[in-house]
Design a protein. Sequence first.
Length: 535
Amino acid sequence: MYGQLQSNDNAIFIANKKLLIATVSQIKRNEHKIEFSNVREIPCSNAQLLQLHEIYPELISRVKANFQPFIHPKEVNINQLIEDATAKRFVSYYLLSGIDKYNGLKEKFQVNDRIVLINPEHQLDNVKLFTTTGLENFPETVKVTIPVKGWTLDQMLKKNENFKRKSIKRNSVKRIQTIKTEISTNGIYKFDNFSSYHDALYNNRVYEGGSSDKSIIDTSSEDKATPSITGKISGSMNKKLNQILYGPPGTGKTYNTINKALEIIDVDINGMSREKVREIFDAKIQEGQIVFTTFHQSMSYEDFIEGIKPETIDNKVIYNIKNGIFKNLCLTAKTPNQLDFKSAYEQLKKDLSDKEMIAIKTPTGKEFSISLNSNGNLTLHTGLNKEKQGTLTQENIQKQINGEDKFIGWEGYFKGVVNYLEKQYKYSSKPQNNSQNFVLIIDEINRGNVSQIFGELITLIEDDKRLGREEALEVTLPYSKEKFGVPPNLYIIGTMNTADRSVEALDAALRRRFSFVEMPPDAELIRTEGKLKES
């Protein structure tokens, strides 16, 4: 490839959160050296590079983790590319149910957005560019044709289902199922990024049978970088279910978990001040969408999963089974529209604090009342004298919503409470397609006895063992005897101090189930800012 380079050619070097654009000034072929001049640094991540029209990302396919240098097949207007990147003119990728839907939404599109229409026969047309005068084909010099042109979504889904991949990270089955739902419901599907657009519509190995054994080996992992404030986290770790940031003290491990957690829950922090990022992070902690904990030598299974804890009620010591940090968050993540549920339940508690008792009806019209007890749960009252019948705990309401039978014989009362939450506080117990992600941050994960803390659940955190996956597993918990599994929308981020002697306590079982990303010292900062402290 280097033998084809000539003086005055432009070169683009990709790095975390930025591009370096330079001009070839001299090629010393005998010395295997290339010298560059006019080096310009452009703030643009790899993911954003693939949203620049001038680069024609369809001709690149993907900036992979093992991305090899290549010569672009089209002459790139480098000045236009720099202008677009600086102005953040990034294109988006859409699939629409038809021309009528396009006409109704065309005011929202940006110039050069990619649009794929579904024709009246439910087949996909070829991708087109949005322009100020309408939809146009790609230039003759850039021949772009999607392999699924003329296919239906059902045909695409079946083709993907028939292919087995050694990595499920690039499996488009779930994505196409989501596309079908969105097209049927809203008539439009916007791809999250170029990679999802490419994998769904352009994957020749799937749609043209390029792999003889029908087994696709995914070597690309993920895009090499994604937008972040520090740019220190490799994009190959983007939205990994279980990951650990490791490095010596002071390299920003805990600092970067905040950025990563917000990215996972789809908060765009690009360009935000650190104060604003912390403000949003703290709000998500309060909402319960992010949970932060620190492992230490006294942390136990009973603290993390569940255990029997003493509780004093009416001067009597009662031993109850209490959920730990991880079990509580799993329950939260499994509840449909959990953040809305929590908000609705908190409003109900506030109203009960003011009114003491609220009358509700079952779906069959039977009236009953609820009040708030000292533990923040609901007490059920029936009859003319409003006699106490028992308790509807917040936890069991969530579990019943998730499909567990927690109110056998009380289904009418349970449905009455849920209907009241839906009507009075706009909560919906129906699962939505865009399920909310939740994040557990475990600081200093190697300071605890991880095998003991996770116990039998160490297997359940694997991607393919999560609830809803093909190899999903559930275990029976030792104290509550409940069936328990880990939902797929719960992400775990750990930090590990490599200077800590207890680093060796991390066994092979843990290392196999987590992805590790190094957070090394910034040598440039040491060179420019480092100095000896005066004694």
